[in-house]
Ligand binder design. Sequence first.
Ligand code: SF4
Length: 956
Amino acid sequence: MKERQRVNTSPVVADEVKTTTCYMCACRCGIKVHLRDGTIRYIEGNRDHPVNHGVLCAKGSAGIMHQYSPARLTKPLKRIGPRGSGEFEEIEWGEALATATGWLRDIRARNPRELAFFTGRDQSQALTGWWAQQFGTPNYAAHGGFCSVNMAAAGIYTMGGAFWEFGEPDWALTRYFMMFGVAEDHDSNPIKIGLGKLKARGAKFVSVNPVRTGYSAIADEWLGVTPGTDGLFVLSLVHELLKAGKIDADYLARYTNAPWLVIRDPGGADDGLFARDAEGRPMAWDRKLRRPVDPAAMHARPALTGELALPDGRKAVPAFHLVAERYLDARYAPEVVAERTGIPAATIKRIAAELAHAAFDQPVSLDVPWTDSAGRRHERMVGRPVAVHAMRGISAHANGFHTCRAIHLLQIILGSVDTPGGWRYKPPYPKSLASLPKPCGRTGEVAPNQPLPGPHLGFPSGPEDLLVDKDGKPLCIDKAFSWEAPLAIHGAMHLVITNAWKGDPYKIDTLFFYMANMAWNSAMNTQATIAMLTDKDETTGAYKIPRILYSDAFYSEMVAYADLVLPDTTYLERWDCLSLLDRPISHADGPADAIRRPVVKPDRDVRPFQDVLLDLGARLGLPGMTKEDGSPRYPSGYADYLVNHERRPGVGPLAGWRGKDGGQHGAGAVNPDQLDRYIANGCFWKHKLLPEQLYFKFTNRAYLDYAAKMGFVVKAEPIVHQLYSEELQRFRLAARGHGRVQPPAEHRARIETYFDPLPFWYPPFEDALDGSDGYPLQAITQRPMAMYHSWGSQNAWLRQIHGSNRLYVPRAVAERLGLADDDWVWATSRTGRIKAQIRVMSGVNAHTVWTWNAIGKRAGAWNLDPESPEATRGFLLNHLIDELLPPRPDGTAYANADPVTGQAAWFDLRVRLEKAAATEVAESRPFFTPIQTPPGLAPRPDALRYGAQFRDERTP
Ligand code: SF4
């Protein structure tokens, strides 16, 4: 008899397990990395971690192939061929840093604005933003301007918090959950865990998304909305709720500005502003006393409707009066909006009725007494269990800001925000707008060899806070905080290359990018962007963008366009920090932050970008990065900074284990052992709020006292929901000719239109362009579950899931055009033309085609075979999207963006399809010349495997 082979099913594969934080997408899950002899064997989810509770997705486990990717850069590179050729020579770090320092030193001494420093999926913005401030340039931002700034701005300006990192659904208690425009990337594992809880409890999950993939595929109801019309749908729900009287009047009167009196003075400088008392406090009209009162007073009985006369004779109405006037209008009736939104009128009416039923007939009551900021004691916490989550599908439209505001309006009239079962803030949110910084970078605030007096990114309250010169011209290279994008609170990275190339509003010297694939999938209009990066001045022969400094861990498409490349490590090789000063990992039950720490040593001559930035800062003598004697303040790099840097006395990047003995959190002295304490705790810190602090955080005395003590808010004062935005009205008044700072004539009509103090819906700009009928289909992207940007699509394990992408075409459209699965089509927009292979699909809006994002690759990049499916069959929609709208009569053009925030309107793209001729080569287009592989990259393997070398360990 043949001897049976014995298999050891539980081999000991690791001799060490190290905790850290995943960075294979934006969610920041806790992981355990199992190592043997210093080599990664596998990655596991950390069950104790507050973000993922042990759940690990495909991307997270494929972190191994990220770590051992042949696309990793290995040494600093200096360009020796033309930009884009990929011709580099290796240099030593000494030369690289000396070169970069020389460039930057000259700029800082001459004019700090000549440096534009923009970062991509950077999770260390508390450092990078501070560095830019110390350098003295206002030309800094991360990628939020082309990601989801509409979401963040609308949330902060409406209720002091927003979706994702600022808040989350009450997964445990909600009874009705609506998700708008969310694909699989932000909050990936937490949403999966949350949806599991909802499903187990039988709570209803409605997904509003043009495409039925990912989360939408498991929704109880999928509403295949037409892209860009979500706001119209939501305002129709508001219409139905108002009509039925299904609103929480007590909540509106107590916790929102619904009762605040709005002055009606057509043509006047005060029209649309709040009526205020002598101390500047807004006033409400007391129904019993029949006179103006402080709406925040405990016994106020404020009116929500009716026009009245103020003591000085002016007319005013409560803000809610304007809400009712607007949304009861027949233009928001379900029958009117049904065709435009693609959602039948009967469905809109039913969803509104279901929301009302969940909110008002099924309240959630917790046996927890609490006291609100007016001093009212409540014996129980009673909530309206309707929760909402929204993301880029809502945000990436030219009407995204107002659509996000409309979603918050819906939440607020139902009285569900931060109540049991509703959507909940994650500390340090909510924050009042008044407590947040204003943008810095005016004339006089930028000077040679000087830091900015404050952070560049801030929150304007009115025209006086804009960064414009006396003629109203932009002062930032991306035109953030100008009349073209007044509330660009995350900057406008998508415009930097175009503006730098044009020298509009001025020329710069150096573009400094980190982790931003701006020559490929992070650019709108990719071909034109490449042309701008390589364009030369005809007279001098010099590049129009003089210098490009870039840091990345991989040979991404952008690397080929850099003059100097500073190779970064992977996330498993460096320290990092998910800070309360930036974008923490908090939960609605309490604040939390986390670190990354090196779990393996780099085997290449690369350095963590954060170390490099601090090193450059010290070489440049930047304040905060050098000691009085000129020596580096953080000689040991980012880990040194994480422990010893104090933004304010006692407040540093990490909130846990502060104080000499580690006994404090939030504020406290520097603790030299802080990082060890984090490591001992799984690389995170979290604090659980007391039961009486858990809900109603915007008005909960116990929570607000804690938030003030922690420095989350300046004072323990309520954060009043702003249904009606006086900040927006101030801009509108300026457009009408009032105030000290007014827009130039050419911007007035636009400001007047889009700075409406109440949310409204308007068609995306692309829909309204002449000739848009010639492009009858919307075209959008989705993020697959298994990938995160171009990082994921170079990963050997993940590439097997999505090696190339298809254009998904609605069945009826395919039939009309005679298309079948695997046919090739040309998709044409007003800007360009691409060729792609299709797949016919039923679960998609009838007017929408879509594809996976960032799968297509440029031949030669990422050390992939130029014949790889990503290069030959993968494609990008980016080639079809213009970063600008068509020129105006004066020859200038607005950005293809939201007019309030400047958010890139990626999802407004319109196309038409034509079947490719049978004789055409079966490859995607456009075709780009393959870029050369730089020196130092690992040999390109024919097949990339990991783990086979350990196979013998399984047999004893
Ligand atoms: S969801 Fe994102 S952060 Fe979490 S394990 Fe997956 S890739 Fe990592």
